[in-house]
Each structure stands twice: as C-alpha cells, then as structure tokens.
Write a protein that binds this ligand. Sequence first.
Ligand code: FE2
Length: 131
Amino acid sequence: MTEFKDLFQSADWKKEKHVPVIDSPDKVKKSEFFKVSLIVGKEMPHPNTTEHHIRWIKVYFHPDNEKFPYEVGSFGFDSHGESIQGPNTSGVYTHPEVVCSVKTDKPGVIYASSYCNIHGLWQSAKKIEVE
Ligand SMILES: [Fe+2]
C-alpha cells in the first residue's frame, strides 16, 4: 500500500503548474503579523474549468525543533463554471490564490499543500527566520 505522504508530489513551480507557491518574507519580526500569499499556477496558469481545477490549498507552520506542525489555514475554491445549464456555463470561477496573515514567536517552515481534481496532491515549503 502507498503511504499517504508519498501521494504528495513536488516540483519546481516555475515549470510545474500545480505547485502551491508560497510568497512571504524570508525573515519576520517576532510576534508581528506578516502576509503569506499562496497561489497555484503563478508562472504557468492551471486550468480552471468544471472538469479540471484546483479545489483547495492548506497551509501549515512547523516551528523548528517541535514534533508537530500547526494548521494555519484551509482555503477552498468552490466555483468552477458549473450551472444548471451544464459545465462551464455560469461564467463564475474561483481563482486559487489567497493571502493570510500569520505571526509566530519561533522560526520554522511554512508548508503548503494543494489539490487538483485530476492531478492529485502537491506540496511546497518555505523556511521562515525570526528576528
Ligand atoms: Fe491539474
């Protein structure tokens, strides 16, 4: 049986449209909110149709030297063109891009995961220093 963790794919986001891109400062001030933006398809746009789209992005923070990560946010993208007339007829689409504010006392790693309804689970990570 495949381990759940082995279902998460990763790649260079400049070449792979599914990778959730984490944009945030490399270094933040202790206990001050900073913005973390998350986008799937930053360099290469991912399709956004009823048949093929990004469903969600989840974000975690794992402080250095701690055992467990903390879930920071969970963002769903729920409109992909569907309507009573059929697929891709509503003209309403949610783009897989969000910004959230986070603060931390400790340095660590931001982890992001995303889910494409046909191409599965993707992940990325970014180190955050605290001054
Ligand atoms: Fe996809």
